[in-house]
Write a protein that binds this ligand. Structure first.
Ligand SMILES: Nc1ncnc2c1ncn2[C@@H]1O[C@H](COP(=O)(O)OP(=O)(O)OP(=O)(O)O)[C@@H](O)[C@H]1O
Ligand SMILES: [Mg+2]
Length: 447
C-alpha cells in the first residue's frame, strides 16, 4: 500500500514517514496541497494522511480535490482537536477516519492496517467477479456486503491450492455455488467438476457411486461403471451434504484421500486418481465427531481449509441486490418492487436464505397483477413478520435495536465513531449491527 503524507510541519512529516517506512509501507510526503496534487497525479496512492490545518490549501480542500481525482482513495485526517463538528465535516468530505494531534502511533498503525486489510479484500473479491465476467463463466455471485467480500477473497486464495475445502453454511446460503466457484477459479477449471449429493444415495449403492464397480460385482451390475472419483480425475469432486455419508463409507473415503487411489467394487486393482475434493455441509461436523457419527480423522482430512458462508440475515445489505438479480433472471416483463416491499423483505429473517429469497421473487413476480410489487403481493409470513414481532421477544428486541441504531446514526449525521460512542458500543460492533440490520445511509430502495 502506498501512502502520501501531507503536512506543512516538517518535523511531523518526517516523524510519520520514518515510523511508517519502518512498518514496511511505501511512503512519500508533501509539504502542502499543490505539491500533494502533483505527486498524486504521478503516483497512485492508496491512502493519504492529511493535516487538517495547513497554510495555503487546508486539508478539507485538498481532500475534496484528491477525491475528485480518485474517488476510491482512502484518507485519514489529522486534526488539532477532535470536535464533533470537525469529525462530521471531515467524514462528509470522504475521510475514512481522523486522528487527534499529537498522533498516537499505535492507533494510527491500527487504522492503517484495517484499511490495508479492507483494500486487499476488496481487490480479491472484485478479481473473482472480473474472472466470472471476463471468461463468461456460467455463474454469478451477488454480494457487496463485507461478509460476502471476505468470503470471495478467501475463495480466490483457496481456489489456487490443491487442498480439500469444507464449505459450511445454513441451507440455501450458496454452498454449492461456492463449490463450483472454487473449481472454476482453480487451475483445474478445464477438467471435470463432478458432484455427488450424499443425502440422495441409498447406502447400499454408495460405494459403487463413489468408486465404481466391475461387471457382475453385485446383483444388477450388468456392466462395469466408473465412479465419481474416476469421473472427476484431474478435476474437482464436490461431495454435498457430506455429513450424511454413512460411517462404513467414511473409512473408504479417508483411505482414497490418503492414498490417492481407489478400487472399484468387485476389483482388487488400485486405480490412481488425481482429484481435488470439496465438501459441503449444513451440519455441525465437529459435534458429529464428538457424538461418534463422523470420523474425526476424516473430518480433519476434509477441513484442511474451511469456508463459512454467512446466513443472509447477517448480510441484509445484499438483499436488495439479490432481489434485483432475481428480478432480471425471472421476470418476463418490466417489474419492480416497491420500497415498502423491499423494506419488509429486509426485515424478514430468511431461514431458507438465498434459495428462499430466489423462490419468493420467482413466485411473486409470476403471480403479481401489476408491474410494481407491493406489500400485499408478499407471502403472509413476511407481511406477518412485522406484526408477529409483538409476540416474539427476539424479533421485538431486534426491531428496537435497529431503531436505536438508526436514531443514533442520524443524531450524529452518520458519523459512526460518534454514534457508536453515544450508543455505548464499539465502532466494530456498530458496523456489524448495521450490516445485520441492513442499515445504510440514504436507506434502501429497489431502483
Ligand atoms: N451470492 C449469490 N448470488 C447469486 N445467487 C446465489 C448466491 N448464493 C446462492 N445463490 C443461489 O441460491 C440458490 C441456492 O444456492 P445453493 O444451492 O448453492 O445453496 P446450498 O447452500 O447448497 O443449499 P442447500 O443447503 O439447500 O443445499 C441457487 O439457485 C444459487 O444459484
Ligand atoms: Mg446444496
Amino acid at each position: 500500500m502506498k501512502i502520501l503524507i501531507v503536512d506543512d510541519e516538517e518535523m511531523q512529516r518526517d516523524m510519520l514517514q520514518g515510523f511508517l517506512l519502518k512498518q514496511g509501507y511505501g511512503v512519500e510526503t508533501a509539504s502542502g496541497g499543490d505539491e500533494a496534487m502533483v505527486l498524486f497525479d504521478q503516483n497512485g496512492f492508496d491512502l493519504v494522511l492529511l493535516d487538517h490545518r495547513m497554510d495555503g490549501m487546508n486539508g478539507d480542500e485538498l481532500l475534496a480535490h484528491l477525491k475528485k481525482k480518485n474517488p476510491l482513495v482512502r484518507a485519514i485526517m489529522i486534526t488539532a482537536y477532535a470536535s464533533v463538528d470537525t469529525a462530521v465535516r471531515v467524514m462528509r468530505l470522504g475521510a475514512d477516519d481522523f486522528l487527534e494531534k499529537p498522533v498516537d502511533l499505535a492507533n494510527l498503525l491500527a487504522k492503517i492496517e484495517a484499511i490495508n486489510q479492507e483494500l486487499a479484500i476488496d481487490e480479491e473479491a472484485s478479481e473473482v467477479v472480473d474472472v466470472l465476467t471476463e471468461q463468461e463463466l456460467p455463474l454469478q455471485v451477488i454480494g457487496e456486503s463485507k461478509g460476502m467480500k471476505e468470503l470471495l477473497s478467501l475463495v480466490h486464495r483457496m481456489s489456487q491450492t490443491p487442498w480439500t475445502v469444507l464449505v459450511r453454511g445454513e441451507t440455501g446460503t450458496g454452498k454449492e455455488l461456492i463449490g463450483r466457484l472454487l473449481h472454476l477459479l482453480s487451475p483445474r477449471k478445464d477438467q471435470p467438476f463432478v458432484e455427488l449429493n450424499c443425502a440422495s444415495i441409498p447406502e447400499n449403492l454408495f460405494e459403487s457411486e463413489l468408486f465404481g464397480h466391475e461387471k457382475g460385482s453385485f446383483t444388477g451390475a450388468d456392466s462395469a461403471r466408473k465412479g465419481r472419483f474416476e469421473l472427476a480425475d484431474g478435476g474437482t469432486l464436490f461431495l454435498d451434504e457430506v455429513g450424511e455419508l454413512p460411517l462404513s463409507l467414511q473409512a473408504k473415503l479417508l483411505r482414497a484421500l490418503q492414498e490417492k487411489q481407489i478400487s472399484r467394487v468387485g476389483s482388487e486393482q488400485a486405480i490412481s486418481i488425481d482429484v481435488r475434493v470439496v465438501t459441503a455441509t449444513n451440519r455441525d461436523l465437529k459435534k458429529m465427531t464428538e457424538d461418534g457419527l463422523f470420523r474425526e480423522d476424516l473430518y480433519y482430512r476434509l477441513n484442511v481449509l474451511e469456508l463459512e458462508i454467512p446466513p443472509l440475515r447477517y448480510r441484509k445489505e445484499d438483499i436488495p441486490l439479490l432481489i434485483e438479480f432475481f428480478l432480471v433472471k425471472y421476470s418476463f416483463r418490466p417489474t419492480g418492487f416497491s420500497r415498502e416491499a423491499v423494506d419488509a423483505l429486509i426485515k424478514y429473517q430468511f431461514p431458507g436464505n438465498i434459495r428462499e429469497l430466489e423462490h419468493l421473487v420467482q413466485r411473486v413476480i409470476t403471480l403479481a397483477r401489476s408491474s410494481t410489487i407491493g406489500i400485499a403481493d408478499l407471502p403472509l409470513e413476511i407481511r406477518m413478520g412485522q406484526a408477529a414481532s409483538h409476540g416474539d421477544l427476539g424479533s421485538r428486541l431486534d426491531d428496537m435495536e435497529r431503531e436505536m441504531i438508526v436514531e443514533g446514526l442520524k443524531q450524529y449525521d452518520w458519523v459512526q465513531t460518534r454514534a457508536a460512542e453515544s450508543l455505548g458500543i464499539s465502532e466494530r460492533v456498530l458496523r456489524y449491527k448495521m450490516a445485520k440490520h441492513g442499515i445504510r445511509k440514504g436507506g434502501l430502495s429497489a431502483k
